[in-house]
Design a protein around this ligand. Structure first.
Ligand SMILES: [Zn+2]
Length: 282
């Protein structure tokens, strides 16, 4: 677990574990000759992907951004991805109980981002993992998830969000809302049409803002504009969204948090003298 202070907020990364992902799918049209210099693949061409959640303690609230893959995958999904299911144990090891979490935010509703929103109780009923928490997710994501395309239908597990929407425990967001003072969401289309990054501002001035950028930039190896995942539904929009993000994040020195990087959960993104994108800081 890694931790730092961002202005008055304490930020900690908690992992739900790692899982195997096809390297070609993770790097889209980028040739293996290029991506294999940054990330090692095994003999089946799998690379290791992380599942990083971010815990923010504002002093008033405890906010959990993203809830990993969870423990409700089907047998078929477990065959592909395993099911590390480490998040609750890792939170517990740092003294964070499910009851301590006040707010849960999902950037989008693919299975590897909202898996621990809920658990199946002994009686088979789906219940919130974080019983006291108010949950938030993009409204457009939830609407899409009800009728997803054939291409990404496998990525939606309704038990992760429908019971929370039905009970009123999950609030659906349009994008742009401030959820608690200093923590807001902003829509960056590309990976999906409605994915929202979470912007965390722990105080005034530079060096006090971080952004959980989710699958717009899944790992530190994806900072180049054209290094997108083949999972992206709208790859040209991914490039435009990255440009928009960098136009603010680079001059304002935002800390970027990467969901799927197993070794570099956060870094400062910038350009070197040759204009090449570089991730630095940790
Ligand atoms: Zn993802």
């Amino acid at each position: 677990m890694q931790r730092l202070m961002l202005g008055n907020f304490e930020l900690s990364v908690f992992s739900d574990g790692t899982y195997p992902l096809d390297g070609g799918a993770l790097f889209g049209v980028v040739p293996k000759l290029m991506w294999s210099r940054k990330v090692k693949a095994d003999d089946r061409n799998y690379v290791t992907a992380g599942l990083n959640s971010l815990l923010v303690r504002t002093g008033k609230q405890t906010v959990l951004i993203e809830t990993g893959m969870g423990n409700k995958l089907s047998e078929r999904m477990v065959k592909f991805y395993g099911q590390p299911a480490r998040l609750l144990d890792n939170l517990a090891a740092a003294g964070v109980a499910p009851e301590d979490v006040d707010i849960v935010i999902n950037s989008h509703l693919h299975f590897d981002h909202c898996g621990w929103n809920t658990v199946r109780a002994k009686n088979g009923k789906i219940v919130p993992t974080f019983p006291r928490a108010k949950y938030y997710a993009p409204a457009g994501e939830w609407q899409y998830a009800r009728h997803p395309s054939e291409r990404d239908a496998i990525s939606f597990i309704p038990e992760n969000y429908d019971p929370l929407v039905d009970s009123g425990q999950m609030t659906l967001l349009q994008g742009g809302e401030e959820i608690v003072p200093g923590i807001s969401v902003k829509t960056f289309p590309g990976h999906t049409a409605h994915m929202q990054a979470v912007i965390i501002c722990g105080g005034p001035g530079k060096d006090a803002t971080a952004c959980y950028i989710s699958d717009l930039i899944p790992t530190a190896a994806h900072i180049d504009l054209t290094w997108g995942m083949s999972f992206d539904l709208y790859p040209l929009q991914t490039i435009e969204s990255k440009k928009e993000y960098y136009a603010q994040a680079i001059p304002e020195k935002w800390l970027t948090v990467f969901t799927h990087d197993p070794t570099t959960p956060w870094a400062y993104v910038g350009k070197d003298e040759a204009g090449k994108m570089v991730a630095s800081g940790f």
